[in-house]
Design a protein around this ligand. Structure first.
Ligand code: C2E
Ligand code: MG
Ligand code: MG
Length: 667
């Protein structure tokens, strides 16, 4: 596969992108958070520590105040102090209050008159504002940060006012200035210590988280890689899958630089189904892987190979931008895919049909381009060479275009009708039943034969609806015949899709019960190649159907790959010889011999034999001679509306010897 980057435009493609670097994000975010947390903590703790230091200072102030107050005389507060008293107060304050961190103190009366202030004290020390006075008179120690001017210098101090009351009832206040720098310093130091310890704990926690985050990120990356691998790649071959191809096409269809030329190749392996059916699924898978490898080796830069499912592959090339370049790339791809490949000792040469669509000429969306490449691929299958899409090719693929919707409507409107082709007991010359064959009564095209529309039923997903429709019609008709006293059976064709559905046996029983029909009156026709498929054999569904009494007929026997030996294990009761053998019987001795031995072998296996395509008297004679039990063909009766069978079945049976001149049911 090439180096084309996975798509990123759609949600699926987002899987191809790397997830965010979780660890780095978490580290960055948590580091920012821890930083903010640290700053907040520091501010908070500083504030708290400062508060604590201030209250300690206030406590100290109130304690020393007590020592001073004890020595104050009531007369100190009344009038000017004598020089001797001043000296005593100075002595008192200097010994009891002042120290290195307490530069000034004063004693004032309650109305704010300074009685005494230590030398150098700020002139405002002791003078009280009305608010301060109010609070002090209530007996509360108060403090405030102020800028005090001492000796011409401004110092930040914590000023504490401690109120006191003397024995004679007079009140006053001791004001003390404490240098604020040591208080702030000790608060800061305490805050830093606490914050540092908390931060350390946070950082340790954070460091423990990082390895955990890294492990988690790695495992998320691994899981995303696996999901992207599963979501965008094909399990079997490892190629890009349909989803990734779609995303890639979307990206190419809408590049930021405007429309852009490229080509889309739809590659379908030829006869892959034969390999699968005859050699088994495992061998089929080996072949698909080999083809995938060969395609991958054949493409280069700017080219993407994808597996769309089954045996369908696609290549998108940004190098082949016109029809010539695309056709030569198709030749290269064919060449690379060809070449002998040995599977289970058998040499196979894979071949493929390649259809090409060019962008933007054939479409500008992924759906348009894939549709055109698909149509071109069908044309390539018919012609045997790679084809580039052309508008006229569309006409050849009505089935793949509008028909799905039309068929759905046809089923809804009951435009599908069932015709019945009589089956004659060759020995007795009587009609023993009929095969239900669907037709489409198209509103404008008239009666459309099944080969014109059956191929579109399966891709449209309508197989199960069609079978139910025909079963209901046929069994309702059988009810009418039985009610009219006609002892007939009916055969209905079923597909692989029906038999692969586990609910099918119950559905058949339900419709039988609905119309009150004995299961043995119904025969389900299944082609031999389908009968031996794993999807059909799995789960014992055929055995369940047979156990209910419903019969199984092997349709078109002889043209598939299965042998009678293989069919021994199939629980069928009837074998229908393909009309090609009946047609050749009269002229080709080998065909006659084949018919005789099929009849003999089938009888040995306990199977009833029906010959299809009985077109002449001679066929009837030969088949009777070969011992064939039942005949069906245009000579005996065309597929016609039910009334024709009713009329024919009412006639008295012809004598055994007179089967040949039997009138046609149409007559
Ligand atoms: P088949 O099951 O082998 O049906 C027999 C086909 O042979 C019918 O073609 C019938 O018209 C045709 N035929 C009958 N007698 C003669 C004859 O003497 N000579 C020639 N040359 N042909 C004869 P028809 O009706 O076109 O159906 C074709 C196929 O379509 C059927 O082949 C069957 O495989 C399929 N088919 C028809 N109806 C249904 C249906 O309801 N469901 C499914 N799943 N398949 C159906
Ligand atoms: Mg049939
Ligand atoms: Mg048939």
């Amino acid at each position: 596969m090439s180096g084309v980057a996975p798509g990123s435009a759609r949600s699926l493609a987002a899987l191809g992108q790397r997830p965010p670097r979780l660890t780095i994000r978490v580290v960055v975010y948590t580091a920012i958070l821890i930083g903010i947390g640290a700053a907040t903590l520091l501010v908070f703790i500083r504030h708290f520590e400062r508060g604590r230091a201030e209250s300690t200072a206030r406590l100290q102030a109130s304690v020393v105040t007590q020592g001073v107050v004890d020595r104050l005389a009531p007369s100190d507060l009344l009038g000017p102090l004598t020089p001797a008293r001043k000296a005593e107060l100075r002595q008192l304050l200097e010994t009891r209050v002042l120290d290195d961190e307490t530069p000034a103190a004063a004693v004032a009366t309650a109305d704010g008159r300074v009685v005494y202030a230590t030398p150098g004290a700020d002139s405002s020390l002791g003078s009280l504002s009305p608010v301060l006075r109010e609070s002090i008179l209530s007996g509360v120690v108060t403090s405030a940060l102020v800028d005090a001017r001492t000796d011409g210098e401004t110092t930040r101090v914590l000023r504490t006012y401690s109120p006191f009351r003397l024995t004679n009832g007079s009140t006053g206040v001791v004001a003390i200035d404490k240098d604020y720098a040591p208080i702030a310093r000790s608060a800061r130091q305490a805050a830093i210590a606490v914050a540092a310890i908390l931060e350390l704990v946070l950082i340790l926690l954070w460091l423990c988280l990082i390895p955990m985050m890294r492990r988690a990120t790695k495992s998320i990356h691994r899981q995303l890689d696996t999901i992207a691998q599963l979501a965008l790649h094909d399990d079997l071959t490892g190629l890009a899958n349909r989803a990734r191809l779609g995303a890639h096409l979307d990206e190419l269809c809408e590049p930021p630089s405007g429309p852009h030329a490229f080509s889309v190749f739809f590659i379908d392996l030829d006869r892959f189904k034969d390999v699968n059916d005859t050699l088994g699924h495992d061998r089929g898978n080996e072949l698909l892987v080999e083809v995938a490898n060969r395609l991958s080796r054949a493409v280069g830069e700017g080219e993407l190979v994808a597996r769309l499912g089954g045996d369908e592959f696609a290549v998108v090339s940004e190098n082949a931008t016109d029809a010539d370049a695309a056709l030569s790339l198709a030749e290269r791809l064919s060449g690379a895919m060809g070449g002998m490949f040995e599977v289970a000792g058998i040499g196979l040469e894979p071949q493929a049909s390649i259809g090409i669509a060019l962008a933007p000429a054939h479409g500008s969306t992924r759906d348009e381009l894939l549709r055109c490449a698909d149509i071109a691929m069908y044309a390539a299958k018919r012609s045997g060479a790679p084809r580039v899409y052309a508008r006229e090719l569309d006409d050849h693929s009505p089935v793949r275009l509008g028909m799905a919707g039309e068929l759905r409507r046809a089923l809804d409107r009951r435009e599908l009708v069932v015709y019945y082709q009589p089956q004659f007991d060759l020995a007795e010359g009587r009609i023993r039943g009929s095969e239900a064959l669907v037709r489409w009564r198209h509103p404008t095209l008239g009666l459309v034969e099944p080969d014109q529309f059956l191929a579109a039923i399966e891709p449209a997903g309508l197989t199960r609806r069609l079978t139910r429709y025909v079963l209901e019609e046929a069994l309702a008709q059988l009810r009418d015949w039985h009610d009219a006293g006609l002892d007939l059976g009916v055969a209905v064709n079923v597909s692989e899709r029906d038999l692969a559905d586990p609910g099918f046996p119950d559905e058949v029983l339900e419709i039988l019960a609905q119309h009150g029909i004995e299961p043995s009156a119904l025969e389900l026709e299944v082609t031999e190649d389908i009968l031996v498929r794993d999807s059909v054999r799995a789960g014992g569904r055929l055995d369940r159907i047979v156990a209910t009494g419903v019969r199984i007929a092997i349709d078109d026997f002889g043209i598939g790959y299965s042998s009678l030996g293989q069919l021994k294990s199939v629980p069928a009761q009837t074998l229908k010889i393909d009309r090609s053998f009946v047609a050749g019987m009269a002229t080709d001795r080998r065909d006659a011999a084949i018919v005789r031995s099929i009849v003999a072998l089938a009888h040995d296996l306990g199977l009833e034999v029906v010959a299809e395509g009985v077109e002449t008297d001679e066929h009837v004679a030969w088949l009777r001679a070969a011992g064939c039990d039942v005949g069906q063909g245009y000579h005996l009766g065309l597929p016609l509306p039910s009334e024709a069978v009713t009329v024919a079945a009412r006639r008295p049976p012809e004598l055994a010897a007179a089967v040949a001149p039997l009138e046609r049911a149409t007559a």
